[in-house]
Design a protein around this ligand. Structure first.
Ligand code: ZN
Length: 160
């Protein structure tokens, strides 16, 4: 298989991303964000390089959204909440800095931010933080490992 330059440089196509996976669904992954804006901040991505949600066919779109919903169930259970935000930035004009389709999922708790809507500007600049954090995650590998293990354990106890 020919690997394109864009995939070589893509943070979500690097093998290191695999250690942050806590849920897999037929080529779609839920991973812990290495530079979270709030605890539990996750990303749902296709395992293989795809740039946009509009490039997915009907089956792929179904798997992507289903993976996002299941990851959300896991986060709701793990963080004891039914509140969350979802966000997809499509194209640089909309704030997409990593050209690999990704949905941000942020579980929310009462009073976790001064104003509930403050999450959006944080997520908007988060792609850059992910790129900056690829070699040295903001949280550190030990802390990330703990979160991934906890989410895997929660997922394992659920009928997903
Ligand atoms: Zn990629």
């Amino acid at each position: 298989m020919k690997i394109k330059a864009s995939e070589l440089q893509c943070p979500f196509c690097q093998p290191g991303i695999r250690r942050f996976i806590y849920y897999k669904n037929n080529g779609y992954l839920a991973v812990v964000n290495i530079a979270p804006v709030l605890p539990g901040h996750s990303l749902v991505i296709p395992e293989h390089h795809k740039t946009t949600i509009t490039s997915l066919d009907a089956k792929e779109l179904q798997l992507f959204m289903q993976t996002a919903q299941k990851a959300t169930f896991i986060l709701m259970k793990a963080f004891g909440t039914d509140a969350f935000d979802w966000s997809v930035q499509e194209k640089p004009e909309a704030g997409q800095s990593i050209e690999h389709l990704h949905m941000h999922i942020v579980p929310r708790l009462k009073n976790d931010l001064e104003k509930p809507g403050d999450w959006y500007p944080l997520v908007h600049k988060n792609d850059i933080e992910i790129i900056d954090s690829m070699n040295r995650p903001k949280l550190g590998f030990d802390e990330l490992r703990k979160i991934v293990d906890k989410l895997k354990e929660v997922a394992g106890n659920m009928m997903l």
